[in-house]
Design a binder for this molecule. Sequence first.
Ligand SMILES: C[S@@+](CC[C@H](N)C(=O)[O-])C[C@H]1O[C@@H](n2cnc3c(N)ncnc32)[C@H](O)[C@@H]1O
Length: 294
Amino acid sequence: MTVRELNENVDKILQDIPDRDFDKTCILEDFGNITREALALHPEEEISPDRCQKVLGAANTRALGYPLQYILGEWEFYGLKFRVGEGVLIPRADTEALVDVSLVQLRKMHKKLDRKVHVIDLCSGSGCVAISIAKKMEEAAQLYAVELSGEAFPYLSENVRNNNVNVRLFRGDVMDGRMLDNFRDPIDDERFIPIDCIVANPPYLTDDEMSNLQREVTFEPETALYGGSDGLKFYRVIACMWNYLLTPGGLMIFEVGDNESAIVSRILEENGFGDIFTEKDGAGIIRVVGGHKM
Ligand SMILES: C[S@@+](CC[C@H](N)C(=O)[O-])C[C@H]1O[C@@H](n2cnc3c(N)ncnc32)[C@H](O)[C@@H]1O
């Protein structure tokens, strides 16, 4: 099969995928080693049957609605590469707003405190939030990440290693108070390490949203998506329980679902946070809610 014929076949296979050009380009490049330039300059070049089979296999899988990111096995977030696959949530561009706002606040905090700031990323998944913050803050921050899923955790470890950052990892349940014991001061275990910031993009979809998922999202783990019937169960527990580790003035900052910003702001206020702020994502939807421990 020639480059041109293979391209036409992939195009046909992906005909029901919206914006299929992007998917087609990624699949041709990743599985066939065929760049856009090769397509334009050498359309009659023969491709080996083995390479054709790999490309067509990937295209057929994508046509079933399987996420492109899982097919490629890697995705970019905040300019960094993350390994992804079944069992781990695919990093979303929306979540970059959470990293942006956290970085602004953490840089201010670092300047004011004149010491390394300590940051816990709860519900870390692929580690995209913790790793991006660690990369940008360099020596100015110590990152910790907590993740429950045994399927997601190996991706988290690998992404920390591949991105060459110092993030301490804990496997466990953020709803379990005993997790806080991991943050006891190693010298005096009556005390806890002072934490300056808790950041989280927890599961936040409601019952209604779970029953109307886009086809691609149904391949992602339910445990990464479902936030209880009203979508808010993680915010309530994190704001109430993890609050305990924060220093006075410390920051708690969340990604929130569509229409959740007002109620999450209230949850923060009810749990002793003030100076509540919000921030929109690239689509103009309020995606980030944060506050400082009073
Ligand atoms: C919405 S995903 C966010 C992942 C990642 N932080 C991101 O922004 O792409 C939520 C993550 O929380 C994890 N999770 C769900 N329940 C948890 C729990 N009880 N304790 C710790 N992590 C949990 C899921 O496995 C998933 O990785």
